[in-house]
Each structure stands twice: as structure tokens, then as C-alpha cells.
Design a binder for this molecule. Structure first.
Ligand code: NDP
Length: 325
């Protein structure tokens, strides 16, 4: 038996609580992992509160990310004792996830923990940091360099935005960090932002505005993304990965056909293993691990359920990590 958070559904009513689970309840998979650390993502908060249809099958153990130690393996890439990271790949949505002492997964969804990181640091990074790294790699692969000009990051004080700010600044980019929160300027400057943009400045409507940023990483979508696109410089690139402001995109084609702007999508969930391993290696190499402590706050496993609505209300800054005792 082992302990975990379980989301159940009876009729249209969802309930969530801690439960004693049996190893035989775990889904099929070729690697059994003893989970050591995990992290609360926005998507987990949506799953736990039932505010969006994240959970595809009930009962479900939530937790889209975890780090742990391989206990049993039928996968040639892993052996007992290996330290691994799991992000995305449908866990915590379609198959049981990381908010439990044990998880059984397909080895294809795991990556080895980079030697330079411990598990707490890896979960401090988690899907948010991985997604930010994939966005940076996307901008670079489409030709942006620090010489191209300033890059805008939206939702900068959130999980993905904090890492995007930090990683871009470490690569030598000038970063404009857009936030709707008062009082986060010194935090964002510590991460490396050279300029703070008030969220209200991204409410400008119209097909084309003044050419302001060489590129952007956007976690917000909707009107904010439309406004950002209208102000990207000729030939610029926007990496789009989130919908914190909405799923719609009330934009025109003007930035694409008159300024040659590229809108590039980024997905961390089903991203192939080779790209994910490359991103994790770069995260271990590029991140200032001292700054991780500024981004990641630690809570107790027992607090995960009660903290979830606060995450959705935008009351938690940066990343939230916890050990699973
Ligand atoms: P957080 O809640 O940590 O951060 C989101 C930030 O967006 C907030 O902190 C806030 O930043 C800003 N924001 C929230 N609501 C609005 C709004 N209505 N208008 C403008 N800005 C707003 O979430 P994450 O960083 O973990 O995730 C961000 C988005 O990225 C989510 O939509 C998530 O689902 C998505 N995501 C996508 C992934 C992928 O693979 N494509 C992977 C991970 C996340 P501030 O207070 O600074 O303004």
C-alpha cells in the first residue's frame, strides 16, 4: 500500500482527497518509480479543483511532473536505482501521475535526471521550466539572437514566464517582462529582466502597432497575444505556449503578411524524447541554480489540495515544489 491524492467522480460530482492505494491499482507500464519530489502546476490545480476537464479517466492520481528513483524496470534504458524525471506525456491526465509515493509509467516518457541537478531542483524547473526552455530553443531555431533586439515575455511572474525571463537573460537577450502584478518588479529584475511592461500596455488593439520587440514568449493567448503580434518587428518570432488569458486569438493576418512575423507553437507534453533530453541538458547547464530558490517555494505534500485554488487565483508566485515522504 502507498499514499497518494485521488480524484474520483460520482455522477457529475468530483471529489478529491488523500487515499491509501494498492500497487496493483497502478496502470500498466514498464517502469515502477518511487516518487521523491513533485510540483504543483497550473494544470494540476485545474485537475484538483475540477475547473477544467484535465482528467480524462476516473479515478485519477493527479500530478503531471515528478522526480524519483526507479524501483523496477522492464525497459532497457532504465535499471533500479536510476534517478529519473517525468513530465507531461499524459500522466496526471490520462494515466496516474506523480502526486503519490509510487508511479508506474512507460519508460519512453522518462528522461534521466541530469547529473548537475538534484530532484528538488528538477521539480523547481518542472514542466514550466521545460516549456520555457523549449520556447527559447524555438526562438533560436527560427533565427533570433541577442543582437536581434528585445524579447517580450508575457505572464512573466508565473511559472513559465519566470523561467523564460531567467533563461533568455542568461543567454544574453534583453528581456521585457510583462506582468499584471504590482510589486513584482524587483523579483523580475533579479531574474534578469531589463524592463518591466505593465500588462495594461498589452491591451492595444489594431492590426499593426509600432515595431517594439524582436520576438516574444507568450503564455497568455487571446487579446494579449493579438496585441503582441501587432507590435513584433519585421521578421520577428513569437513562441506561443499558453492560454492563461483565454484560448481565442482575436488577431488579423497583418503581422504575418506585412512584417513576415512567425507565430510558432510550443508543446511540452508530447514533445519527443530527444528534444526533451536536449532541453533538460541545457536547463542543467544554463540555469543559475542559485536563482532557482527565488523561483521555487516549498510546501508540504499535505497542503497540495488546499493550495490549488490559490494557484488558479494567481496568488502563488513562480513554482511550488514538495517532497513526497
Ligand atoms: P501560472 O499561473 O504560474 O502563470 C500564468 C501567468 O499569466 C500569471 O502569473 C499572470 O502573470 C499571467 N496571467 C494570468 N491570467 C492572465 C490574464 N487574464 N491576462 C493576462 N495575463 C494573465 O501558469 P504557468 O506559467 O504554469 O502556465 C502558463 C500557461 O502556459 C498556462 O495557460 C498553462 O496551461 C500553459 N502551459 C503550457 C504548456 C505547454 O506545453 N504548451 C506547459 C506548461 C504550461 P503576471 O501576474 O505576471 O501578469
Amino acid at each position: 500500500m502507498f499514499k497518494g491524492i485521488l480524484i474520483s467522480k460520482s455522477g457529475s460530482e468530483q471529489s478529491v482527497g488523500f487515499a491509501q492505494l494498492d500497487e496493483s491499482d497502478l496502470p500498466e507500464g514498464d517502469v515502477l518509480v518511487d516518487v521523491d519530489w513533485s510540483t504543483l502546476n497550473y494544470k494540476d490545480a485545474l485537475a484538483i479543483t475540477g475547473k477544467a476537464p484535465i482528467v480524462k479517466k476516473y479515478p485519477m492520481v493527479p500530478g503531471i511532473d515528478f522526480a524519483g528513483t526507479v524501483a523496477q524496470s522492464e525497459n532497457a534504458s532504465y535499471k533500479p536505482g536510476d534517478r529519473v524525471i517525468s513530465t507531461g506525456w499524459g500522466i496526471g491526465e490520462k494515466r496516474w501521475g506523480g502526486f503519490a509515493q509510487k508511479a508506474r509509467v512507460e519508460g519512453g516518457g522518462l528522461v534521466p535526471l541530469p547529473a548537475d541537478l538534484d530532484m528538488r531542483q528538477a521539480m523547481g524547473i518542472g514542466t514550466a521550466g521545460l516549456t520555457a526552455m523549449l520556447c527559447v530553443m524555438k526562438l533560436e531555431s527560427l533565427g533570433l539572437t541577442p543582437e536581434s533586439g528585445e524579447i517580450l515575455v508575457t505572464g512573466a511572474s508565473g511559472g513559465v514566464g519566470s523561467f523564460a525571463t531567467l533563461l533568455l537573460a542568461r543567454r544574453g537577450f534583453q528581456v521585457a517582462a510583462a506582468t499584471g502584478r504590482n510589486g513584482e518588479e524587483s523579483y523580475l529584475r533579479r531574474l534578469g529582466a531589463s524592463r518591466i511592461v505593465d500588462r495594461s500596455e498589452l491591451a492595444i488593439k489594431g492590426p499593426l502597432g509600432s515595431e517594439t520587440w524582436a520576438g516574444a514568449i507568450d503564455v497568455v493567448g487571446s487579446e494579449v497575444l493579438a496585441s503582441v503580434l501587432s507590435r513584433i518587428c519585421y521578421g520577428g518570432v513569437v513562441a506561443c505556449c499558453g492560454l492563461a488569458g483565454g484560448m481565442d486569438l482575436p488577431a488579423t493576418v497583418a503581422p504575418f503578411i506585412l512584417r513576415g512575423v512567425t507565430l510558432a507553437g510550443v508543446d511540452s507534453v508530447m514533445c519527443d524524447r530527444v528534444t526533451r533530453m536536449l532541453a533538460w541538458r541545457r536547463l542543467a547547464r544554463d540555469l543559475d541554480l542559485g536563482l532557482l530558490d527565488q523561483v521555487a517555494q516549498e510546501i508540504a505534500f499535505s497542503e497540495v489540495i488546499e493550495k490549488s485554488p490559490h494557484m488558479l487565483a494567481g496568488e502563488l508566485r513562480g513554482r511550488v515544489v514538495f517532497s513526497i515522504p
